[in-house]
Every structure is written in structure tokens, then in C-alpha cells.
Design a binder for this molecule. Sequence first.
Ligand code: F6P
Length: 551
Amino acid sequence: MLSKAHPNKTSEWKKLEAMSQAFSQKSLKEIVKNEVGRADRFCAELNSVVFDYSRAALDREILELLLSLAKTMELPSAIEAMFRGEPINETERRSVLHTALRSRSTDALYVDSHDVRPDIRAVLDRMKRFSEKVLSGTHRSWTGGSLRKVINIGIGGSDLGPAMVYEALKSHRKSELEVFYVSNVDGAHLAPLLAKLKPEECLFIIASKTFTTQETMANAEAAKRWMLENGMPESAARFHFCAVSTNLEAVQAFGIDPENMFEFWDWVGGRYSLWSAIGLSLCLGLGFDRFEELLRGAESADEHFRTADFDRNIPVLMGMMGIWYRNFLDFRSYAVLPYDQNLSRFSAFLQQADMESNGKMTGRDGKPLEYATAPVIWGEPGTNGQHAFYQCLHQGSDRVPVDFIGCVEPMYALGDQHSMLLANMLAQAEAFMNGLSAEEAVLAMRKEGLSEQDIVELTPFRVFEGNRPSNTLLLPRLDPYYLGMLTALYEHKIFVQGVVWNIFSFDQWGVELGKRLAKPILNALIKNDLTQVKDEFTRKNLERISRARPR
Ligand code: F6P
């Protein structure tokens, strides 16, 4: 069981609160100047991954208090409780064991007196055999040809993780087989894709932990209809449809043979399920060995999180820094900006992982929290963002802390372009922190040859106040191992914050209300039956839709 204590009652929280006002008055430049050796000290490493937080908005005293707060909030025992499989997801009465999915340990690990290690190994072996059969062409279409297009139908955690990884690593593909990810219930997602595919080449993975999710089931039914209408005999469905789920009954009811079901378990949270059979599309798209490397990278982050001292523990540093920013400096959003086009889906993945986990206002004791929790997480790859929203990051009214992510080696070397990419990333970190004073702006304008009158008029617009914090995560390269590590480091950062904020990070009751309300509204739209729709404004919009719809 996790402690139910509220962090704002601790002495560390009170001290941090007392210090925050004076700290806010200081500029980052000043803070940094007073700390000799900061560039080396504010840096943690794990297997050649460097986490540089020397431009973070904190000093040594604050960091020490934050790490002490983590201990007072019993983070060390919470970490152990998770790894040991204690039912820390109390509101769903479940253990939280995504770490077991990427562990090579053979020590028994019990959930409800059942050792889960052999189950994990057995499913991995099946994923390996199945992907090898498909890739070698032994698992064939009803026409006798190979399956070359894999369509993963899933949403949320059954989509974002594998889609992010596939997008990042698809250049590591070893075969011609292509993977597509369909999530949205909007027909605009599935229909145009089907229009360009040949049914006899398609393998659909229906990925859903519950196998009841409306969007996924609707897309799965549509895919099956399309296959049947386009020549697939009913008896051949077993070659073209497989399921990844915890719900055997629903999988069978849909018409998928249990032989074609890859199981995972209720102790794997949806948004933490990338490492389970939900990764099947990656075994097919990248090869099983690549998927295993991804697991190895995550395992090394797990080991680090479990064993490293807090002052060099990357997820602990990231998490506690985030708490300082959110609760004491009132930073309301957080940008994750990978300088790597391959990571274009990384921020979307993190949004679910972070905001569905920690976007909560009820303490573990059931009482409302008196402090803020999850900031809004967002981001896009650099350098694109520089030509879009960076204006606001540099000169906007809110200060938004940033994580830059860069890779030392490029995936594609194209002239000097990788150096340009890294140069931009490093320059942005510098600009965010140092800004540009009026004197510097004037000097720059003189160099540009502007008239003295223009200089006077333009100076207020060309000043950058700076003082905007950032961290830089440097990876040797983007490969399955380092991507696994990066992803797991962020997962653990979320865990740290959930523990300290005294919330249950592994449930998601907040997604239920909208789902429930959509049911009578759907009825109204399909059957024109408004009787169950109570909300006056919804009724009005339904009437408008009904009037405007072609009959
Ligand atoms: O609606 C939110 C959610 O429950 C997520 O937590 C989950 O990842 C997603 O839906 C998909 O759920 P499932 O895998 O059961 O289809």
C-alpha cells in the first residue's frame, strides 16, 4: 500500500513554499553564475544517455529539499511496492507490473499467488513464432500469398505506444512488410487506408485491453466487413485477424480464434502496455529481435530507477523538478521537444502516459487535493516548432519549461544537416536561459545597420527576457535500445510525481463520463430518439444536426 500522506503537510513543502517567492525574483543567469561546477554537477548519466539539467530553474538547496521531500513521501518504498507487484492501483484493485514485461529475471513474481514470469515468457515466445511465420510467408493468405500489410486497430494505450515506436524506428525494418495504425472512430482514418490496400495482403491486429472500446470495435467490424465483401471466405478470417487483449470471451464473441489471441493481463495499464503483446505490430514491422532490444533498453531504465541514488536518478530528478515547477513556480504546461523527426509521435505518447496518469484532483485518501497536479504536456519536433510556437516560448507571457531530446548520431546523414539540427537545439536552450538584453539588442541592430531611430523604436520588441528553463536529454543514437530506455525513463518520472502528489496514477476514471453520455446521444443520432438526452444544449445541437443532415 502506498502512503496516503499529503505532501503539502511536510516540512520540505513548507520550506519550498517559503523559498519560492524569493527564488522567482532571481534570474536563471544569476543562479547559475553563483554555482561553480554546475554544468558538471547538474548532469546525470545512464549507459551513455546524458540528462543535462544545468539550465533547470533550481539551485542546489532546492534540489536537496525536493529529494528530501521524495523520501519523506516514501518514494523508495513505493518504487519497491510497484516492482514487487503489490496492488498499488487500489481503485482498480490491481498490481502495476509493466516493469515485469521487460525484465529477464527468473525469480518468481506473484500476483494473487500466481507466478506471472512463465506467462510473460510464453506470450513473448508466441509473439516471436507468429511474427516469424508471417515474415517468412509460412502464415499465408487464403489466396496462398504472403501477408505484407499489418493494420493495428486500437486506441489510446493500444495505439500510441506502438505507433510512436514504429514511426521512430521504421527505418530499422528488415522486411517489406508495412504497418499502419488506425485509431479514430472517424471513418476518415480507416476508409482511405482500406481503399489503397489489397485484402489478401492484410493482417489486422485488433488491439484492445478490454475488447469493448467503442472506436476499436467499430473499426474492427468495419475491417471484417470489408474483408468479407472483398473475397475473404469466412473460414479464412483466422489468417487475417488476430487479437491482443485481456478479454478472451469478447475476443471469441468477435469471431477470433483463441489460437490467434495474444494475451496480456489486468496488471498492465493500457498506457503502459507497449511492452506487452500490444507490441505485436512491432515484432511484425521491425522484427522480434528489435522488440527485444526495446525491452532491454527499458529494463536498464528500470534497474537505474530502482537502484540509483536519488541525486543521480534521472526519473527522480525529472519528476521532482516537475513538482517544483508545477507547485511552487506555477508553470502550467511542459513542452517535450525532440530534435529528431523520428520522434514525431513521442509527445503524443507522453500526453496520454502523463496526463491520463496524473491529471487528478483526489488524494489516495479520497480527499480533494489542495495543490495542482499534472501540467499540460505537449510538443512537436524541432526544428519545425521553431517556426511555429517558439515565438510564444521566447516572448510569451507564460514560462514553459522544456525538455530537449537530441541524438548524437543521425539516423540519416545528409550533408551537414544533423549538425544544423543539433546546433539549433543547443542554441534554443541558450536563448531560453540567457535571453537578450536591451543593450545586446541595440548592438545587434547596429551591426545590421539599422538607423538610430529604428533602433529606438524596435528595441522593446527585440528584447528577450530569457530566464526560461530547459533540460537536454542526449542519446547516442535512436535505436530500439535507447528508445526503450528513453520511454521508460519518462514512465518512471510520471510514477515519481504520482507518488509525491498522493494520487493513484494507474486508474483513469476521468475518461468514463464522456463515454457514458455518448450512448444516449448516439441513440438520438441513429434512431432519432431524443428521449434519453436530458441536456438542453446537447438537444439543441442534435436538432441542428438533424435539420442539416441530408435525408
Ligand atoms: O478511454 C481511455 C482508455 O481506457 C485508455 O486508458 C486505454 O489505453 C484506451 O482507452 C484503450 O482501451 P482498450 O485497450 O481497452 O481498448
